[in-house]
Design a protein around this ligand. Sequence first.
Ligand code: SF4
Ligand code: FES
Length: 234
Amino acid sequence: MSRVTFTIDGKTATAEQGQTILKAAEAAGVYIPRLCACKDLVPHGSCRVCSVRVNGRIQAACVQIVTEGAIVENESDEIREYRRNIIDMLFVEGNHFCMFCEKSGHCELQALAYRFGIAAPRYRYLYPKREIDLSHPDVYLDHNRCILCGRCVRASQDLDHKNVFQFVERGCRKRLQVDGEALAATDLRVTDEAVASCPVGALMRKRVGYAVPVGRRPYDEIPIGKDIESPGEE
Ligand code: SF4
Ligand code: FES
């Protein structure tokens, strides 16, 4: 397979023809933050956390294909600020109380906040009124924590070959809906990839609380992205 040469933050790297910038960077040992992109799922470029500047234009690295001679900026002050703002907004648009959340230490949103040095959001909390679906015997869906990344939607369709989740409405009214009255009315199983795909504490298994003590969870010990930047050092 022919290869293309590009630079990322001044470092020259090569990529497979047709590879996305996110994957090409990863192969070159450069971590690009992401939330809606997930291994084994076709990327769809919705969260924009992976934004990079490519030949002067801001693009989503998870869907943008790397081209010969592309100049990619991933770690500039501008790009860091851009991503930080997106992460900040995700926190205030929902109700995220990390100290009470079983996902703490496993949560990609929280881990990104740590990586970006976000101790407190800079925007006003919106405190939206959202529901928790506890109807399913093994899984619950807490809409307060849903960041609308769509990973469960794609995982359910593409990996589980079901159609448990979909989005309804648009813009600030957009929300996740299940295929039925409630989660219990769907064919969701606790072992479905959709459940495992959620990056935050929105879609969670029941009865596994504190199986791993707080302080010893993956992102308590190793910052998100370190496995790509320094493999073998974890
Ligand atoms: Fe994303 Fe989780 Fe919300 Fe599904 S439930 S859209 S995986 S945050
Ligand atoms: Fe690329 Fe979400 S990870 S847009």
